[in-house]
Design a protein around this ligand. Structure first.
Ligand code: NAD
Length: 502
């Protein structure tokens, strides 16, 4: 059974006047300037914060720390459990790992929340009514970072989607929608093609959606959903997506709302959270007092709600809306005839501070309640333990002899299985069946999937011993096997893809 918990805020309650410890990193490129501006706005608004500063990013990478963060910085994060982070520059190549991905995964920040709002008519946009929140799964999918080059020609990236991971993010999206008076939750997947991985995400969305009869629910295939989002974003409300689609489409959503420089992002886990702008370190704009600090400020406002200081969040957000409405704009959103004043980063912050206590007249003022964006302490379901059977094995081989003639390969593959009780059922190349009865027109790379099942029938289980003797047989045939995948059935249901043309 699944237990839904209401969004729980950080340990510090709204009524607490004690400063809340947070960890701050000033980052690279435009990071230090927008952080300085954001901290000035936070301080003037009366935010009750005890700040610990850590160093991350370029300088740390240059010291040879491949993940861009020192052990002492982790200690601060473990202590405060709240991280306000300016963007950093990730060095290209050289074995450096993305600090953002590492932080999200190490701290279990499973939910990435990215509100994308249009500020028409004060900020130019083609989509005046846009008010979309992208809820992106933050830990799984192709971001597991499991990649291999398997043959001279073929590389592979594993896409991992788990049931608990999908349940956590989908439930979060529904709880977020409820807590923030949203009406609809939309799910984007590509389950017409990725039937097992995206199919699981969609299935979990349908299952959990039934527990929220008060909310409208819909599913879109991600390609046409993305097209609709770019064309008519006002038809969407909250959109939940697996990691990769969410990464791409939240940037698109932020940009079409007005500017990538304005959107903030919350990365939430149980008991830990990180807040940032969605944009990067924009090195070309660095050191010129040009950058818009609004994205990081929006991250900081979500942080205030998270730590129970919704009163301060509301005051700051409304002062920001008034500043935008008064036409005080940084270069990225400045427009002759709409804007009244072009300002730099620190002047923009001063303009917001000067408007603390004021509310916008045309734009809708915000009203925050406690716990609007906090992560869920939700349990995931524990489905009854299913009966697992292994009904076959796919062996992948690297092979390029005989002009890559599939019949010649199949001859060796059949010989390799002699005496194992297994029989070769098909060979595919990049997913297309090339044996038996392949088409000579099919392009063949050096990467072959060879599917074996029991010679007593496709529905008969096979053993590990049979697989290992098959591998011995393949080695004896001088075939370079590079990986195996077991073909499983759970409660009699086959859970592996068929070959195209099978
Ligand atoms: P970017 O988001 O840094 O900048 C792209 C462009 O958007 C800039 O040239 C600028 O014109 C505009 N822009 C971005 N932020 C702005 C702001 N606050 N105000 C005004 N204009 C702004 O993307 P990029 O150039 O592809 O990446 C630069 C670096 O940032 C890379 O090293 C990348 O790895 C890193 N990055 C970091 C994060 C993060 O730390 N969370 C996220 C994305 C990219």
């Amino acid at each position: 059974m699944t237990t839904a918990a209401r969004p729980a805020s950080h340990a510090n309650s709204a009524s607490s006047h004690k400063p809340v410890p947070i960890t701050v990193a000033h980052g690279d490129g435009i990071g230090p300037e927008i952080m300085q501006a954001t901290l000035a706005m936070l301080q003037a608004s009366g935010a009750r914060l005890a700040i610990e500063t850590i160093e991350i990013g370029e300088k740390v990478y240059q010291r040879g720390v491949t993940i861009g963060i020192e052990p002492s910085a982790w200690e601060s994060l473990r202590r405060t459990r709240v991280f306000l982070k300016a963007p950093i520059t990730t060095p290209q190549g050289g074995g450096f790992k993305s600090l953002n991905v590492t932080t999200r995964k190490t701290l279990g920040l499973y939910a990435n929340v990215r509100p994308c709002v249009a500020y028409h008519p004060f900020v130019d946009t083609l989509h005046p009514g846009m008010d979309v929140v992208v809820v992106r799964e933050n830990e799984e999918d192709t971001y597991a970072g499991i990649e291999h080059q398997q043959t001279r020609e073929v590389t592979q990236c594993l896409k991992l989607i788990s049931r608990p991971g999908s349940e956590k993010i989908v439930r979060y999206a529904f709880e977020y929608a409820r807590a923030n008076n949203r009406k609809k939750v939309t799910c984007f997947t590509k389950d017409n093609i990725m039937k097992l991985t995206d199919g699981l995400f969609h299935k979990v969305f349908d299952e959990i959606g039934r527990e929220y009869p008060d909310l409208e629910k819909e599913h879109w295939i991600v390609d046409i959903g993305a097209a609709k989002l770019a064309d008519q974003p006002e038809v969407f409300d909250v959109i939940v997506m697996p990691n990769l689609y969410g990464d791409i489409l939240s940037d698109v959503a932020a940009q079409i709302a007005g500017s990538v420089g304005m959107a903030g992002s919350a990365n939430l886990g149980v008991g830990c959270a990180m807040f940032e702008a969605i944009h990067g370190s924009a090195p070309r704009r660095a050191g010129q007092n040009l950058a818009n600090p609004s994205g990081l400020l929006h991250g900081a406002i979500m942080m205030l709600v998270h730590i129970g200081q919704s009163d301060v969040a509301q005051k700051l957000h409304n002062a920001w809306l008034k500043t935008i409405e008064d036409g005080v704009h940084t270069y990225d959103i400045f427009k002759e005839g709409v804007s009244t004043q072009k300002v730099g980063t620190q002047e923009f912050a001063a303009a917001v501070v000067a408007r603390l206590g004021q509310e916008p007249a045309t734009l809708k003022p915000v009203r925050y309640k406690v716990g609007g964006v906090a992560a869920l302490n939700a349990k995931t379901s524990t489905p009854a333990r299913s009966v697992k059977q292994t009904l076959g094995v796919d062996v992948f081989v690297d092979w390029e002899e005989n002009n890559r003639n599939p019949d010649a390969l199949a001859k060796k593959l059949v010989a390799a299985a002699a005496g194992t009780g297994l029989k070769l059922g098909m060979v595919t190349n990049r997913g297309v069946k090339v044996w038996p009865d392949g088409f000579p027109e099919t392009f063949c790379s050096d990467h072959w999937r060879c599917r074996y099942a029991s010679d007593a029938g496709d529905d008969q289980p096979i053993t590990h011993a049979q697989i290992t003797s098959l591998l011995t047989g393949l080695a004896n045939q001088k075939l370079d096997f590079i990986k195996t995948e077991n073909l499983c059935a759970f409660d009699g249901q086959r859970t592996y893809s068929t070959g195209q043309g099978e």
